[in-house]
Design a protein around this ligand. Structure first.
Ligand SMILES: O=C(CO)[C@@H](O)[C@H](O)COP(=O)(O)O
Ligand SMILES: [Fe+2]
Length: 229
């Protein structure tokens, strides 16, 4: 069942022009982004190296939209405070990126920030159970983490559905976000399965329309009007 509210759209700046990231953040803000997705990779947890807290801090004055920071770094604990200090609003971590998941999430919450847990395509849904009371967001990876521009892994749609049920059972408004290969076509299944936020890098920055049109096409994706050919 599609939900009554449209999903939040969180463009990933991994697909932006890295020589002009500040301008990219301003542009997607004006184009209607609800959040700014920042992919932090360490060349260790994932085979790619991107940006650190200094860049996040430099981008902070360019928008008032929430920074949705996806940490693909291990060990994660020692760097969480630096991203909080840099201006992150939501910090999402992978369950296998540190020795004590509950403690890591507590450190985010105790700083007054929103905490997210990321499930890779190979991560079972039950990983959320022992920590769901600490979660403001659950992020379903619909590609293996590390790179933008990969193809959406369809088997993750069932995982979104199963997480939707778990979230509904809590009675809390936990954001259910999907990340990887999201475009106006794949967004339809995500929305129908119960996603409430969608990350999109390539589809926003390299899509056929303006940033505003590309964001709107994902947000408004539905089976009757979106071209799926
Ligand atoms: O976390 C990641 C990749 O590890 C993502 O946030 C990607 O950056 C999304 O890019 P597209 O798949 O939308 O191009
Ligand atoms: Fe991401």
């Amino acid at each position: 069942m599609p939900r009554s509210q449209p999903p939040l759209i969180s463009p990933s700046i991994l697909s932006a022009d890295f020589s002009a990231l500040g301008q990219a953040v301003k542009d997607i803000d004006i184009a209607g982004a609800d959040m700014i997705h920042i992919d932090v990779m360490d060349g260790h947890y994932v085979p790619n190296l991107t940006i650190g807290p200094m860049v996040v801090k430099a981008l902070r004055p360019h928008t008032t939209k929430p920074f949705d920071v996806h940490l693909m770094i291990s060990p994660v604990d020692t760097l969480i405070p630096a991203f909080i200090e840099a201006g992150a609003d939501i910090i999402s971590i992978h369950p296998d990126s540190g020795p004590h998941l509950h403690r890591s999430l507590q450190s985010i919450k105790s700083a007054g920030k929103k905490a997210g847990l990321v499930l890779n395509p190979g991560t079972p849904v039950d990983v959320v159970d022992p920590v769901i009371d600490l979660l403001d967001l659950i992020l379903v990876m619909s590609v293996n983490p590390g790179f933008g521009g990969q193809s959406f892994i369809e088997s993750q749609v069932d995982k979104i559905r199963r997480l939707r049920k778990k979230i509904d059972a809590t009675g809390r408004d936990i954001i259910l976000e999907v990340d990887g290969g999201v475009n106006p076509k794949t967004a339809i299944d995500c929305i129908e399965a119960g996603a409430t936020a969608l990350v999109a890098g390539s589809a926003v920055f390299n899509g056929s329309g303006s940033y505003a049109e590309n964001i709107a096409a994902i947000r408004d994706a539905n089976r009757s009007t979106t071209k799926v050919a």
